[in-house]
Ligand binder design. Structure first.
Ligand SMILES: Nc1ncnc2c1ncn2[C@@H]1O[C@H](COP(=O)(O)OP(=O)(O)O)[C@@H](O)[C@H]1O
Ligand SMILES: [Mg+2]
Length: 420
């Protein structure tokens, strides 16, 4: 009663009220700017599409097709273009073709890939999720594929992960199954962002894998604009965005190895920001904020997935930097690291291992190191965090094992002072 009177006098508002009237009217679903959206057109990918279609074209006349290898950096359209091309092939030949898509990051053993393949082919699959020998699965699949009378296309996305984890033999088993010698047959489309993948395969696997490859080059800013526009105009009216916002998303995506995913994600988050702020239009300021949000997500993920010792090394770099801005040495970081390990009751690693972690953290872009010569006193490595130390510290301390280090700053300062 009291609450409703207060509401009617405008004293108490429902916190959702401000989102009820949106300044930016969305004319389409925002998911058009998400990874789940499969576009109907792929600007700047005509050459790749043409090569893939030509390579698979024998299948529509009942011939076999060579295996294909697709290369390119993240976000250059490899997965979505491959799905588009195989989708078009299915549309052309109907259910004569079966496409089976497997991501080898998720299914990273030959066993799980073959189980997936079996599930794609119509008819009962007797293969249990584990327990059979590969030979037994192999025989079962040959019978199943032959019996189905279908043309099979197996897409192995992130194919490098399969070989990295299980060695070249794992790929060989699958290649043999899909090769013509078993009478089963089919085509494999391997996708990878590792440009040296093929070179590192052993000759036996190499000769079966690929006679054809397709390169997906990074997009430049202009190309990314052409990719963004059709999506943005499906979601927003022209008065709801600044052209400069699209250009900025494209420019940032281009700088990140020509990554369309990054540009699209940025645009979506910018629109969400603008809506949340009840702005009239999406502007470059929203894009800058969106970039910050994305960056922070990447940092959190990177910190979270570090092993405990690496997190302690990183924390030591931050705390040493607070005490010695611009000039924390490897020695200071290592001794602080050892102290922190003892504080939480774990055995510190050797300085060699700590040094490895420091190099790894540098590879991740979390820290910078510079080596300075001290003349006849040798050389010293100085370590500095690249930025966002407060956020990184917060993410490190989200690890429950490191919780006792939460208030470490004061005591550590004291201990370091003592050492001087
Ligand atoms: N030429 C293009 N036209 C339209 N959208 C594209 C194009 N290239 C990439 N995309 C989009 O960018 C995102 C990332 O593409 P994806 O195929 O997942 O890249 P990759 O597999 O190379 O990492 C997807 O949402 C995809 O639809
Ligand atoms: Mg992909």
């Amino acid at each position: 009663m009291v609450v409703s009177i207060m509401r009617s006098y405008g004293v108490l508002m429902n916190p959702f009220d401000k989102y009820e009237t949106q300044n930016i009217a969305l004319k389409g679903d925002l998911s058009i700017l998400s990874v789940i959206h499969q576009p109907e057109e792929f600007p700047h990918r005509e050459p790749q599409i043409n090569t893939m279609v030509a390579s698979l074209s024998g299948l529509i006349r009942g011939f076999s097709a060579n295996n294909l290898l697709i290369y390119g950096k993240t976000g250059t359209g490899k997965t979505s273009v491959t799905k588009y091309v195989t989708g078009m092939l299915e549309e052309k030949v109907g259910d004569k073709v079966i496409t089976c898509y497997v991501n080898c990051q998720t299914y990273d053993s030959p066993y799980s890939i073959l189980v997936n393949l079996s599930k794609c082919i119509p008819g009962d699959s007797n293969i249990p999720p584990s327990g059979w020998t590969l030979d037994r699965i192999y025989d079962e699949l040959v019978i199943k594929i032959k019996g189905s009378g279908k043309i099979l296309i197996l897409i192995l996305d992130e194919i490098d992960k399969l070989v990295e984890k299980n060695g070249g033999d794992s790929l060989y088993v699958i290649l043999k199954l899909m090769g013509e010698d078993t009478g089963a047959g089919g085509t494999i489309i391997g996708i990878t962002n590792d440009s040296s993948f093929y070179e590192r395969l052993d000759p036996r696997v190499k000769s079966r894998m690929s006679r054809e490859s397709v390169m997906f080059s990074p997009y430049n800013a202009e190309e990314l604009k052409d990719i963004l526009y059709p999506r943005v105009t499906k979601v927003l009216n022209p008065e709801s965005y600044d052209e400069a916002a699209i250009s900025l998303c494209a420019a940032i995506g281009a700088r990140e190895h020509g990554d369309a995913r990054k540009a699209i994600d940025l645009m979506r988050i910018s629109i969400e920001m603008a809506i949340r702020e009840s702005s009239d239009k999406v502007s470059v300021s929203h894009v800058y904020k969106a970039r910050d949000t994305l960056e922070i997500d990447v940092i959190r993920e990177t910190v979270k997935t570090q092993p405990t010792h690496s997190k302690i090394v990183l924390l030591s770099v931050i705390l040493s930097g607070e005490r010695h801005p611009n000039s924390a040495t490897t020695g200071e970081v290592s001794s602080l690291y050892a102290d922190l390990c003892r504080d939480i009751g774990i055995q510190p690693l050797t300085s060699r291992r700590v040094s490895d972690y420091i190099s790894e953290l540098e590879d991740f872009g979390m820290i910078n190191t510079t080596v300075k010569s001290l003349g006849r006193y040798g050389r010293t490595r100085y370590i500095k965090i690249t930025g966002r130390e407060n956020d990184i510290k917060r993410f490190i301390l989200e690890d429950t094992e490191l919780e006792p280090l939460k208030d470490i700053k004061g005591t550590r300062q004291f201990r370091l002072d003592e050492n001087i």
